[in-house]
Design a binder for this molecule. Structure first.
Ligand SMILES: [Zn+2]
Length: 117
């Protein structure tokens, strides 16, 4: 899967999760793939970040597709915490894990379609 297709898939997953769990209230302005490890003030996970100011999600380029999808769902969980739950602290806790699991599960159907083509 090339980078253009990965980006397309990322938006597909994001839009699906937004519709299914957030009534389309989640605002994600940009998804970008990056090469180097970048530091962010939000989440410390090196595979990605969610920037609550610019409402942008970043995902590392040189990890596997499934890791990128996990990263996307992880960062979407932070966006959910920030925008829907109005929680300014991006936390890693049991509630967050539950949301993450729901998001991951919901990507299964999208992945089946996208990867079988
Ligand atoms: Zn995190």
């Amino acid at each position: 899967m090339n980078s253009k297709e990965r980006l397309k898939l990322s938006w597909k997953i994001t839009n699906h999760i937004n519709k299914k769990f957030c009534k389309n209230r989640l605002i994600i302005d940009k998804i970008l793939f990056f090469n180097s490890i970048r530091k962010s003030k939000g989440c410390g996970v090196v595979h990605g970040f969610y920037d609550s100011n610019s409402k942008m999600i970043g995902i590392k380029n040189d990890i596997s597709l499934i890791e990128q999808i996990e990263t996307l769902c992880h960062e979407l969980t932070h966006a959910y915490q920030h925008q829907i739950e109005k929680n300014n602290k991006l936390v890693h806790n049991k509630v967050g894990n539950k949301i993450f699991s729901k998001f991951m599960k919901s990507t299964e159907d999208i992945l089946k379609i996208s990867l079988s083509r």
